[in-house]
Design a protein around this ligand. Sequence first.
Ligand code: ADP
Ligand code: MG
Length: 554
Amino acid sequence: MQASLYANLRRKIIVILAATAILPVLLLSTINYLEFRKTFATESHNPLRAMVSKSKNSLELFMAERSSTISLIASAFSYEDLADARTLQRIFFVMQKEFSGFVDLGLINEQGTLVNYVGPHKELLGIDYSGQEWFHKVRFQNRFVSEVFRGFRLFPHVIIAVQHVTETGDRWIVRATIDTAQFMKSMTVATFESDSDIFLLNRKGILQSDSLFYGKTLEQFPMPVPVQSYETRVINTHDHNNEPILLSYCYLEGSDFVLVAIKQDANPLQSWFMLRTDILLILCISILVIYVVAARTVGTLIARLEASDREREQAMLQMEHSQKLSSIGRLAAGVAHEINNPLAIINEKAGLLCDLLEMEKEFPRREHFDSNLKAISSAVTRCRDITHRMLGFARRMDVKIEELDVNAVLSETLLFLEKEAQHRSVAIIQELADGLPHIACDRGQLQQVFLNVLNNALAAVENGGETRIRSSLHGKDAIAISITDNGTGMDEETKKHIFEPFFTTKKEQGTGLGMSIIYGIVKRHGGEILVESEMGKGTTVTIILPVGHLPAGA
Ligand code: ADP
Ligand code: MG
């Protein structure tokens, strides 16, 4: 539960830290991405847009020049002049000299008959145009520019027809044929790179000039005609082969023409994609680095926090425990002290009664009294023993520190227990290491430690069991004494409370002071007690004492 608390805290801090660091990076990358995309678009679109705009201006100028020349001719000369073959020939000669592209020139009267003609198709003279659509258009609008068509001629051409109306209401039409293909070709050659194509379309999608990649004049353009716009537009799209293209176009005013320029669009996009991948890569690496750094730092911090929390908790527990022991010790000492006086009185009075019994020759129930007095005496002795131990627990006994050989003290202690062990045929096996360094300790206290532990071991084993005593060097400057029995063992609850004063599982037989007393002694000597036990198998109590350590307060 505690661990999940720290994990939670860790996760939260990492998320907050990483988010605050990653957010600006993400924002910057997005802005960068959008800006770059815009720049890329304009950069690749601009040259094509400029091409189309320039070509449109040239083309419009080309058509306007020719159209106004014809208009000028129609109004500057009289019908008679224009009907004269030699005059018209001369006019056509000047026109061809001044402007390129004129193929022929003709005069059409009010009825629609071609009355005069200069050009390669003399056979047209006298032909009647009154039934043709363009004738009605020019009558109505005064000016007409045709789409590209072949007509009687062998090459695609455009006709411009202008009607002149005098004040008196006479009217005639001057008509010229212009070769636009020539003009477009010169423009393509002059302006564009090999991968771009510029051409004219009409609104029905019929090519009005030769295209490099999309067909010849008068063929159908393989893509749909772009939506009407008199402004130059650039769009990223795909051609009929699904190749990416950049298409720029513009509708020409006063005619059916659409000027179109197309450029293969692989390169700019490719470099754009590369840049986008770069940005994405940098972004991913930054996010990864930020996350790893945040996770590492926070991980270390939380681990330290957890460790220090745990240490503090441990110290608190330790303090609580020693506080408990010391207050119980003080209480025990007080009780022992108080009880010692009445005990002494009881003992004294019992002794007195004994003496009185001796003096009296004839006492009716002598045996009865005698045995009762003995019982009182032995109970008092037992009480004395307990109070004595209580005082020992409270450190009220005299202490004398000596350099002691642990093995020797163990052997001395065993003398007290030999009788009982023999009687119960409990084997006591000694595995004592030779040449152990001496330890600084009070002999009585050390004996008490060993005696208490051995007593417990003997109490735990059945008759015929065994107790093993081992002494050895523990690390460089400590000695370990372990006492192992194959007795009852302890359950978890007993292990938890084993060092508490007055904790016993032996009811009337036990005082519950043995382990708590030796705990105090061993701690005072800077040592440690370890208890390992398994129910039904046995117990090992290990006492570790430092070499040459002078106990506190000695
Ligand atoms: P007491 O021996 O008077 O009961 P102690 O403080 O010496 O008090 O021991 C406390 C309790 O620890 C004992 O009552 C017993 O339950 C348990 N105990 C101590 N040593 C052993 C052992 N070697 N085997 C089994 N239980 C033990
Ligand atoms: Mg005991």
